[in-house]
Design a protein around this ligand. Structure first.
Ligand code: HEC
Length: 104
């Protein structure tokens, strides 16, 4: 019985974390997008400027392309312009930003 109530508590706790974390990731992604200087090239809310539009793109696509550019594996077009500016952006941070951008 004790084990059972422990499982119920754990289940409730993880559901609440899931509910709470979605808007948090979005808000965090939004602030990271500004603080990392992405807006300077990709425009306000990723609408596009020197760099392409990112708003509304597939989350997985954004993460994959971001990592390729950051890690110098995608060097086409103007990728070389972005790479040095994003070298210190972590995988965790790009995940938050991609969640934010894909939801726009
Ligand atoms: C110095 C300007 C600059 C900065 C700063 C910059 N980018 Fe970029 N970004 C670009 C350019 C230019 C491209 C297009 C590269 C090409 O021509 O292939 C690009 C491409 C991308 C792509 C791929 C888009 C696609 O459609 O394939 C993603 C994702 C991306 N940037 C995300 C980011 C994020 C997130 C940040 C902030 C951490 C950032 N960029 C900062 C200029 C920049």
């Amino acid at each position: 019985m004790k084990l059972y109530s422990g499982i119920v508590v754990a289940a409730i706790a993880s559901i609440s974390i899931m509910i709470v974390s979605t808007p948090n990731v979005y808000a965090e992604g939004k602030s990271l997008f500004a603080s990392n200087g992405c807006e300077g090239c990709h425009g306000h809310e990723g609408a596009g400027s020197v760099g392409p539009r990112l708003a509304g793109q597939q989350e997985k696509y954004l993460i994959a392309q971001f990592k390729l550019i950051r890690d110098d594996e995608r060097t086409t077009g103007l990728s070389g312009m972005m790479a040095p500016a994003v070298k210190n952006v972590s995988d965790e941070d790009i995940s938050s930003m991609a969640a934010y951008l894909s939801g726009l």
